[in-house]
Ligand binder design. Structure first.
Ligand code: ADP
Length: 632
């Protein structure tokens, strides 16, 4: 008797959960085991393309199911790549990949969450229906075969055994019925046939089972001889082998797509969008693409790997083909199957493959048009999509010097001063007032904070809408875009807002001229903190605000300086004073009467403006002391 080895702690817990699972779709264990078998065959088939020694042709590969009611066993056999002793230990004795068990609570193992598919722990699901699982496997190229056996959380044994050909045979000893649960159903051939049809129909290798059938005995069932039946067995292929993406859309229900997506791409939520397309012409392919409903936890990190599965004539040749997706659509999951690609094409060659480039180009167009469609006719869904992946689109706008702006400009959305929701640039432009020259925008940490910026007051007062940029990348992206529909973007902090009438302009010029010395004095007092002190044309009720001259805005300064190892960047600050605010008269008066005090006031006003902008002031203690002095 072989020594019983313990499962790793996490695996043990998982097994326990499986064994005592309240999961009502216990039938999915078969889907998991068949899908493992199919993967194993894929591997050996792929090998056979370059390795003569495999000695099997495409049509030799199959998955075989057998039932034995008396002994309560269900056997799943494949002639795939098999497992070595080490692989048996590592793949079946330890939780696959995940390492740190991402399960949260045990009670999450319920119907609505397909944890089993999600965490790649498929094999363990066998224990939902079995008392004992025996795996006999021989790896391709290995001399010896091994038998792995386990009766559950106690542990497993592993020992050498006989097996002629490479592949894996899994024998499940089906549990006895209990009061609550019927396990006998998994020994019924028609039930098994149904489960295969339901979950594994698209598996590209035949899943065969010897079906016991009855037929009328010859010569009976006539007038003089009553009908007699005899039983016989017939091997039947249970699956149609047509992969889901090769089926007609009309044959498929949302549920089929969702199920396929969740199982294949390890998500527990349905996708927010399914794109199923077939193209013939310069290049022929089927594509089945999914947009997840939530951004994966590592989406905005370096760990996230984009890519689509690539099949050549329904055979998987690459698991994550990055060249099929531009970075800004990296959230798309799915696969492409083309007959125009050669099976043994290497990765290096693929990169330069003309067909592949063509497919990528087509897919990009398709994804864009589907997103626009969603934006038009399913706005709530699009909003949800944008909350998850909008940032990526905006990065796309900015990256590569705005090279992709034509693709992305209609997909991005922003908050706005008049809309309670995200708005597109096209929608903004359609609401522009007749006399409005620019698309105005303001940047800040949050909608609320931007909304209370003094710079926005007069523009709003004139009835112009302002886009609110709350993401760091927004202003950079918009600078790359430059204009939309012939309309320039204009920051509310820009120098030339062009809001006044001719008369107002003249009046302002006059005032600026009259107070030239006052502003020059204040600028001197502030030193190199500001590059100018100016009369403001954008303020209504607030006394001061800070704006900037040149390319770099205050917001951009914040963002750039927050980047690690970034250069210290400084916007050219301008302190703007509101001539219609009572404080302006005080300043004028002080210029004539008490210049020392004016210096202190300039400082105070500058610091106030900094605080309003959400920037920290250089010397908060001095600021506080100054205020106290005023209060005394
Ligand atoms: P997953 O299939 O998600 O990786 P499983 O727990 O179902 O997780 O399987 C763990 C691993 O065991 C697989 O990744 C595969 O390497 C191996 N395996 C399972 N079944 C077979 C099989 N029939 N033939 C060869 N290898 C298998």
């Amino acid at each position: 008797m072989a020594e019983v080895k313990e499962f790793k702690a996490e695996s043990k817990r998982l097994l326990d959960m499986m064994i005592h699972s309240i999961y009502t779709h216990k039938e999915i264990f078969l889907r998991e085991l068949i899908s493992n078998a199919s993967d194993a065959i894929d591997k050996l088939y792929f090998r056979s393309l370059t390795d003569q020694n495999v000695g099997l042709n495409r049509e030799d590969f199959k998955i075989k199911l057998s039932l034995d009611r008396e002994n309560r066993t269900l056997v799943i056999e494949d002639n795939g790549i098999g497992m070595t002793k080490d692989e048996l230990e590592n793949n079946l004795g330890v939780i696959a990949k995940s390492g740190s068990l991402a399960f949260k609570k045990e009670n999450e193992l319920t119907d609505d969450v397909d944890v089993i598919g999600q965490f790649g722990v498929g094999f363990y699901s066998a224990f939902m229906v079995s008392d004992k699982v025996t795996v006999v496997s021989k790896a391709y190229g290995a001399e010896e075969a091994y038998r792995w056996e386990s009766e559950g959380a106690e542990g497993y044994t592993i020992e050498p055994c006989e097996k002629e050909h490479p592949g894996t045979v899994i024998t499940l000893k089906i549990k006895e019925n209990t009061e609550e649960e019927n396990y006998d159903e998994f020994l019924e051939q028609y039930r098994i046939q149904g489960i295969v049809k339901k979950y594994s129909d698209y598996i590209r290798y035949p899943i065969q089972m010897d079906m016991r059938k009855e037929k009328l005995k010859e010569g009976t069932g006539t007038e003089d001889k009553p009908a007699e039946y005899e039983s016989y067995t017939e091997t039947e292929t249970l699956n149609s082998m047509v992969p889901i993406w090769r089926k007609q859309k009309s044959e498929l229900k949302d549920e089929d797509y969702n199920q396929f997506y969740k199982e294949k791409f390890f998500d527990f939520a349905d996708p927010i969008k399914v794109i199923h397309t077939k193209t013939e012409g310069a290049v022929t392919y089927n594509a089945l693409l999914f947009i997840p409903s939530k951004a994966p936890y590592n989406y905005y990190s370096k760990e996230y790997e984009k890519g689509l599965q690539l099949y050549a004539s329904s055979v998987l040749i690459m698991d994550k083909c990055a060249d099929l997706l531009p970075d800004y659509f990296s959230f798309v999951k799915g696969l492409v199957d083309s007959e125009d690609l050669s099976l043994n094409i290497s990765r290096e060659m693929l990169q330069h493959d003309h067909q592949l480039k063509l497919i990528a180009k087509n897919l990009e167009k398709k994804i864009k048009s589907e997103l626009l469609k969603m934006q038009k006719s399913e706005r709530e869904k699009y909003d949800e999509f944008f909350r998850n992946f909008g940032l990526q689109l905006k990065f796309g706008l900015y990256n590569n010097y705005g090279m992709n702006k034509e693709t992305l400009k209609d997909l991005v959305m922003f908050y706005s001063s008049t809309e309670e929701k995200l708005t597109t640039l096209a929608e903004y432009v359609s609401r522009m007032k007749e006399d409005q020259k620019y698309i105005f925008y303001a940047s800040g940490e949050s909608v609320q904070k931007i909304d209370s910026l003094p710079q926005t007051e007069l523009i709003k007062d004139k009835g112009y809408e302002i886009l609110y940029f709350t993401d760091d990348v927004d202003e950079f992206a918009i600078q790359m875009l430059g204009e939309y529909d012939g309309k320039q973007f204009k920051s509310v902090s820009a120098q030339d807002l062009d809001l006044e009438t001719e008369e107002e302009k003249k009046e302002a010029e006059k005032q600026a001229e009259e107070n030239k010395e006052l502003f020059a004095f204040m600028k001197d007092a502030l030193g190199d903190k500001v590059s100018a002190v100016r009369l403001s044309q954008r303020l209504k009720s607030h006394p001061v605000c800070l704006t900037s001259d040149g390319q770099i805005s205050l917001e951009m300064e914040k963002v750039l300086n927050a980047m690690p190892a970034g250069q210290e960047v400084k916007a050219q600050r301008v302190l703007e004073i509101n001539a219609s605010h009572p404080i302006f008269n005080t300043l004028k008066k002080l210029y004539g009467e008490d210049q020392e005090k004016l210096k202190a006031y300039a400082d105070l006003l500058y610091n106030q403006a900094m605080l309003i902008e959400g920037m920290s002031i250089d010397d908060p203690v001095a600021f506080s002391n100054q205020i106290c002095e005023l209060m005394l």
